[in-house]
Design a protein around this ligand. Structure first.
Ligand SMILES: [Zn+2]
Ligand SMILES: [Zn+2]
Length: 373
């Protein structure tokens, strides 16, 4: 293993973007970290910008560094990356130097009640990975250094192999598809032959369409406000799309599903989303909440009770869903790469964030790529 470890030429320091005050990113030199047991060092090759990165850089949560806000703590954000394994920690034989990998965000502590159940994205020791309360929890880009830099540490459990014929850019989308997969898995289980409505054509919603169709859902219906994104949804497998600004979304879903859908994957965060979802489901239907409204919203609880509607909140990409999503993408079951729209080099991370935030040129997934092909 020692000889293997010498194959890759690893520098002592690396370029890294760090968060100062809110909205303030600076590129500095950081030491390249060392992998411990059950960890590897990943050379980052590409990273996608996520709406949650924008939230962290602007407001702080859900990032939590040393028990508090992530500002002025030498913290590097970014979490949807892929790369190449360049160094193995002691005892690691699950991966080899040179393996291309995509990542899950969360390595839970592995010792709490939730981690033991596979719910490591809801680890009870979230953020307890500093100083004398080191529980080994990592959520890169949230509680530990993320991917807007050159090298990152990952627990082996958070890594998934990327096939040779998948581009770096597409591989950054695996974790997004994994989040959609986790939502459908937890909420719905076997959806083959049943109808799924995806509300909101953001990256998770669009991947949700691809995953739902690949898993054999009968009708997959995508709702949203932007026609160009609904069109991409069709290419990813949506049987129907509904533009909520022009059409009665509840009536249309009932029409397309013979009286009401089985499941809703709510990815819009719209204030009316839960009530609309409850109304478009058949009795006994289930709603997966995968987006958050910015304010508390009123919900018609009586309608949920009367109709035996189940509500599920999901957090991230637990239960190895990312591995299963990667498998579907490797099998080319849906063209995930359609949601990648822009690419920038590491030096231009602020521009990449601006494109994502302001949706310049209809940006959906903006990817930062470390080196040219
Ligand atoms: Zn994300
Ligand atoms: Zn845990």
């Amino acid at each position: 293993m020692d000889t293997k470890n010498k194959i890759m030429d690893i520098p002592k320091t690396m370029k890294a973007w760090v968060l100062g005050d809110p909205n303030q990113l600076t590129m500095i030199e950081k030491p390249v970290p060392e992998p411990s047991s059950a960890e590897v060092l990943v050379r980052i090759d590409a990273i996608a910008v996520c709406a949650t990165d924008l939230e962290i850089i602007h407001r702080g949560p859900p990032a939590m560094i040393q028990g508090g806000l992530p500002f002025n703590k030498n913290f590097t954000p970014g979490h949807e990356y892929m790369g190449t394994v360049v160094k193995l920690g002691p005892g690691v034989d699950e991966f080899e130097i040179g393996d291309r990998v995509a990542v899950e965000i969360h390595a839970g502590c592995g010792r709490c009640e939730r981690c033991r159940e596979g719910m490591y994205t809801a680890c009870l020791n979230y953020g307890k990975n500093y100083g004398n309360v080191n529980k080994g929890h990592r959520a890169n880009g949230f509680t530990t250094d993320g991917g807007f830099l050159e090298y990152a540490i990952n627990n082996v459990n958070t890594l998934v192999h990327v096939p040779d014929d998948m581009s770096d850019e597409e591989a950054t989308l695996i974790v997004t598809a994994g989040t959609a997969m986790y939502g459908l898995d937890v909420t719905a289980g076997l959806i083959a032959g049943q109808s799924v409505v995806v509300m909101g054509p953001g990256p998770i919603g669009l991947m949700g369409v691809g995953v739902a169709k690949a898993l054999g859902a009968s009708e997959v219906i995508l709702t949203g406000t932007r026609d160009n994104r609904l069109e991409i949804g069709k290419k990813l497998g949506a049987d129907y799309t509904i533009n909520v600004t022009r059409e009665d979304v509840v009536a249309k879903v009932k029409e397309y599903t013979n009286g009401g859908a089985h499941y809703v994957l709510e990815c819009s965060g719209a204030p009316t989303a839960v009530n609309d979802a409850a109304n478009m489901l058949r009795r006994g239907g289930r709603i997966c909440l995968a987006a958050f409204p910015s304010e508390p919203v009123p919900i018609d609880i009586a309608a949920l009770v009367r109709n035996n509607i189940y509500l599920y909140g999901i957090r991230g990409e637990g239960k190895s869903a990312t591995h299963r999503a990667a498998s579907l993408m490797s099998q080319k079951r849906f063209p995930a790469k359609l949601i990648h729209t822009h690419t920038f080099p590491l030096e231009e991370v602020p521009t990449a964030l601006k494109y994502a935030r302001e949706r310049i040129e209809d940006a959906i997934k903006v990817v930062v790529k470390m080196r040219k092909d």
